[in-house]
Design a protein around this ligand. Sequence first.
Ligand code: C5P
Length: 221
Amino acid sequence: SSRINVAIDGPAGAGKSTVARKVAQQLGYVYIDTGAMYRAVAYAANRAGIPASDAARLSELMTTVEISLEPGADGQLVRLNGEDITTAIRSREVTLQVSEIASHESVRIKLVEMQRGLAAMKGIVMDGRDIGSHVLPNAEVKVFLIASARVRALRRFQELSGSEIVPLEQLEKEIVERDRSDESRQISPLTCAKDAVVVDSTELSIDQVVTVILDLCRTKT
Ligand code: C5P
């Protein structure tokens, strides 16, 4: 059977990364988390003291950042100019700023080019916001994964620990706000590609969603 590309898009917290990782495992494919790349840029900007609104300085920053994704012991390792920032990019600070960072053209141009390069050999599962609609318009399988805002907030809430505890209502508000921001940006906003299959995970387990996607892949390989 031939190798294909699988695009999984959708709003924040719909379970894309968990599901994409498992689908990749099952197919023996490489998983690529594009959100991690945008988070890496947000982290780099933050550290350089560049506000998320500063297009000129962000554009300059993009000429110096080198982001790499590599398989690690427990999941994907994210590096910024060689430094391991896998944990740092999950901070609340990064999460609250990443959407505005991701709205800049200079940021998207560079990351999309990287993403297309990584997918050129086929056999990848890529998750994000604009993969099926923009990055890989020819992906053989396109899934748009959704779930109710409450369930998505609840899943995030259950992942939080220790000093990070944020009230569920607050999390839900932030998730809805980030989706609104991702959907309304000018350049390749979060949208369901015309040929994507919508999967609602509100009442499905992770394994049920994985099965649905693997079945879609089977018809294409
Ligand atoms: O997937 P994750 O929630 O980690 O993505 C973080 C942010 O990165 C998103 O809210 C969005 O603003 C941006 N992003 C994007 N395009 C992608 C993936 C992520 O704009 N393909």
